[in-house]
Design a protein around this ligand. Structure first.
Ligand code: DHE
Length: 586
């Protein structure tokens, strides 16, 4: 199937999750929104809507006169719904992030009826229709509207004592193998997130067989590799970090620790002399990061990320740690601090006298990746439709540019050599069909450097990840969150040479159909190359109760190569090839 231009699919409901609350959730908006509330129907809430999947223990805030009274049982029930369904967008403290602020000065102005209807029907700007989609009952909606008229509850902090209470070394370092004890090609293992099973499956990239499945954190999210390639660090949304030893006869979890109530990111020290020494995890709640001993996960140093926003320089009590990147130039990590819009450089060479450098970038930073040289870091401020570029050699912001589309969502992005513009870093967009190419080479392509040099159209909105490989002549663009099943279950592939044209064609790979699965949305998510760069793996992501799979495509011929199916492959999403993750190949 060839298409010149994708169907333009504005991506209202899901883009919601990442649409910025631009400060004040004003009365004007409320008035405008009210008539649209009724009759606005959207599909089931998609899996991308952020959620606090594990409810932190919270105290009921003091009820003020004039606020609807909630019994302790009602408060507990409402709190659970809020943390599971709402806090990811609106923030734990309800100050707004990707969703509108819901502090009582605002909710009281909006009033009970407006809140009730808004929760019920959702909004075209992205609030899910919790009532009409059948996910919340009318009683629950009534409860949530009353809950929002009360002061927010603050979940507790999570300091060293709490962490130490959860820290377990399952196999002490001196009882671990001193050499590799198996025959697996450890450079070509895929650590596959089985999201709703709270497990990762390690799949041998050569035989395509499941080596083992390991219990990890709840709603497990990403895997990262130690610099030596021996250990995999996995983080769950419940902030549990699991350390997997690939040298064991059958790779196993050798240590674990819970570093907060909610987290999304983990990484390792990669600078010369610090290989495998430290790990770092970034929390959503409490807003902080934790530096751990690499081989045991013993928490060593916790740093709060609360502080001032980069723009108005107002205090932000909830500034979540989104993506983390390890520098090759210095013993440093770069952290995207979401709500503050700060790229934080953390120098790990001296944990006692920790050096932090705050780079003011753009608010609502989320994911991102390096250019192919590893020098320039591209961080997506998705709710601001912007990309902040940091020079990790000089530790300075290069610039912030508009991404060219709505809600950039690169994952790590993709690096290709553009036939006209030289080395470029690529991002797709959650909110529309735009794929943007940004020049990355100020030496040989100074005119193009750090500018969007081209935008092309893919299949539609709902893209999460783009991917290429130095050995590939293709660029893959997924669209798992597009509401149309025909787009969500397929992937667009551009021939890089065709980008020389103004309107390059792309091929559509029917991955969902190739999987042989006929049920469900068959969302195709996260292209990932094998070590050799000649195969691309795609997850066919269905609901927990349905069959899912991994489909492997031959990168040269774009033909189906293999389908990996197993009853245990429950909701596979991210797949982290050990070599490519370790060496930042994307
Ligand atoms: Fe992710 C990366 C946060 C939902 C799959 N996701 C990231 C990163 C962040 C993030 C901050 C970058 C980490 C890094 O590089 O250090 N993700 C969030 C959320 O806050 C969000 C929107 C909502 C939530 O409640 O968690 C969210 N993410 C999802 C999903 O629903 C996905 C599609 C399926 C899943 O397994 O949860 C998903 N996120 C991924 C993947 C990556 C990722 C596969 C890593 C991409 C890579 O190539 O490195």
């Amino acid at each position: 199937m060839l298409r010149t231009r994708g169907k333009i699919m504005r991506f209202a409901p899901l883009g919601a999750a990442l649409i910025l609350a631009s400060g004040v959730w004003s009365a004007a908006l409320a008035q405008e929104a009210a008539p649209q509330v009724k009759g606005h129907e959207i599909g089931k809430v998609p899996p991308y809507v952020p959620s606090m999947t594990e409810m932190p223990k919270t105290e009921q805030a003091g009820q003020k006169p004039g606020s609807p009274q909630l019994t302790p049982e009602e408060f507990a029930a409402a709190n659970k719904i809020f943390f599971e369904r709402c806090a990811g967008c609106h923030g734990v403290l309800r100050k707004g992030a990707t969703g509108k602020p819901l502090t009582t000065d605002i909710t009281k102005k909006l009033g009970y009826e407006f809140l009730r209807d808004f929760i019920n029907y959702g909004s075209p700007a992205g609030m899910p229709n919790w009532g009409t989609s059948g996910q919340l009952t009318p009683q629950q909606i009534d409860l949530m509207a009353r809950y929002l008229l009360n002061e927010p509850a603050t979940p507790p902090e999570f300091g060293m004592k709490d962490m130490m209470a959860t820290w377990k070394v399952i196999v002490p370092v001196d009882q671990r193998p001193t050499k590799k004890m198996n025959d697996f090609d450890l450079d070509n293992i895929f650590s596959v997130t089985l999201r709703d099973a709270g497990e990762v499956a390690l799949i041998d990239g050569n035989s395509k067989k499941i080596v083992t499945r390991l219990k990890t954190g709840y709603a497990v999210h990403i895997s990262r590799m130690s610099d030596s390639g021996r250990y995999i660090y996995v983080i769950g949304r419940d902030a549990k970090v699991s350390l997997i030893d690939l040298w064991a006869p059958t790779p196993n979890v050798v240590a674990e620790v819970k570093v907060g109530a909610e987290a999304r990111s983990v990484d390792v020290s990669k600078y010369k002399g610090y290989e495998d020494k430290y790990a770092i995890a970034g929390d959503y709640w409490p807003p902080q990061f934790v530096i751990m001993d690499g081989p045991t996960l013993k928490p060593l140093r916790i740093v709060s990320t609360r502080g001032m926003s980069e723009d108005e320089q107002e205090y932000i009590p909830e500034s979540r740690v989104a993506a983390i990147f390890a520098s090759q130039y210095a013993p440093e990590w770069y952290l995207n601090l979401k709500e503050r819009g700060v790229v934080l450089a953390v120098d790990y060479s001296d944990l006692k006298n920790l050096k932090l450098r705050e780079i003011y970038a753009e608010r609502f930073l989320h994911d991102g990746g390096f250019d192919r040289t590893g020098r320039y870091l591209f961080s997506a401020a998705n709710a601001r439709n912007a990309i902040a570029i940091t020079d990790t050699k000089t530790d300075k912001l290069v610039t912030v540019i508009k991404s060219g589309g709505a809600t950039p969502h690169p994952g790590r992005g993709a690096n290709i050599i553009h036939p006209k513009y030289g080395p470029v870093w690529v991002t797709g967009h959650l909110g529309d069909e735009t794929i943007s190419f940004i020049g990355t080479d100020p030496v040989h392509h100074p005119k193009e450097a750090f500018k969007v040099v081209q935008t092309v159209q893919g299949q539609g909105g709902g893209d999460l990840f783009v991917k290429s490989h130095p050995g590939s002549k293709h660029l893959y663009v997924d669209t798992p969150l597009n509401p149309e099943a025909s787009i969500a279950s397929t992937v667009a592939v551009f021939d890089i040479a065709d980008l020389a044209q103004d309107k390059p064609q792309y091929k559509v790979l029917p991955i969902g159909e190739w999987s042989g699965i006929s049920e469900g949305m068959r969302r195709i998510v996260q292209p990932e190359f094998n070590k050799a760069g000649d195969e691309v793996w795609f997850s066919v992501w269905n609901a927990k109760s349905q069959q899912s799979a991994i489909v492997v495509v031959d990168d040269k011929t774009l033909k189906l190569k293999a389908v990996i199916k197993d009853a245990a492959l429950i909701t596979p999403t991210g797949k982290f090839n050990t070599n490519n993750t370790r060496k930042d190949v994307y």
